[in-house]
Write a protein that binds this ligand. Sequence first.
Ligand SMILES: Cc1cc2nc3c(=O)[nH]c(=O)nc-3n(C[C@H](O)[C@H](O)[C@H](O)COP(=O)(O)O)c2cc1C
Length: 331
Amino acid sequence: MSKESFSQFIRNRTRGVLFGRTRLGDFLNAMYGFRILLKYSFSQNNLRSKSNYRAFLTKQYHILEKGLSLPNPRQNFGKEKIEILLNITKEYIEKYESDKLSQLIKNCLLEYKNSNSNLSNVYPSLATSIDEFTLNHEFENIGGTKIINKAKIQNAIGINFLEFVQTRTSVRNFSPMQINYDDIKAAVDIARHAPSVCNRQAWNLHYYEDEITMKKLLFLQAGNSGFTNSIKGLFVVTSDTKQFTRLEGNQVFTDGGLFSMNLILALHSRGLGSCCLNTCVPYTTEKRIKKIANITESERLIMMIGVGYLKEEFKTAYSEKKPISEILHRH
Ligand SMILES: Cc1cc2nc3c(=O)[nH]c(=O)nc-3n(C[C@H](O)[C@H](O)[C@H](O)COP(=O)(O)O)c2cc1C
């Protein structure tokens, strides 16, 4: 929690408004995002943090798991990429020790080796490297590929997905009931199944219930007037730039947005209402939010989400949706 005085707080906020309204402000806002991307993103030759390593390795081993899941995997595919994966995983283990990620990679390599029976003849050195690296490793059925059963999916859809999605609406009038943290955890357990680029899952979810912090954050967010006091819990969704390359600047927000949507539906499934709250703020305000919310510099703000249980009956904006014809363009 920040120790600044109220007047300092107001001054900072006013400065934030000015930065959002001038050309110089526009430029500085763009530069803020650009600077964070340059400072924290990774490339194969520039792995500066454990997050960088983990993201790179996830991206690299995903090539393998994806290749193995194709209808007709090319025999002995991806030699160079697998060599890089092997080398950098070894480097990772040396620096940070073996963990679940390195175990997953080993499983993946073993599945690759098992499904390419002539690897030892075609690429003997690669086969030996995989053998040496996975020596004594017990293959577990996590990592690599898995079998999906169509009937299981159809059963899951049986709960009338259309109605479920249609009954979600932005809630700005919550029940005064305190939130049971188990419901929050259960929702996050669902939300974490969201797709992400190369399965990097770069999102973080910061959750606040204490009134003073929530009020400070909501004051800086400024799209919640009229229902600030109704909000019982507040999420700040972020994506960590450390897990993206320089070319993936937009992906920070795409993945964060997908995760947020999954979370919103997950909350809905637990009887919790939610309202997305934009974080389209000048960079000065983003910095203030990060400081108050205890969020690291490399994380970018995706959105805040106000939550609370549903009242028995409440009014919501109608929010008419565009018809299919305005959305779907058949080419
Ligand atoms: C990223 C994002 C930011 C939003 N920010 C705000 C906000 O600051 N304040 C607010 O009252 N609603 C906010 N909303 C909610 C939208 O107004 C709402 O989703 C839209 O009107 C459609 O209504 P529905 O959610 O009930 O379908 C936001 C929604 C999104 C997706």
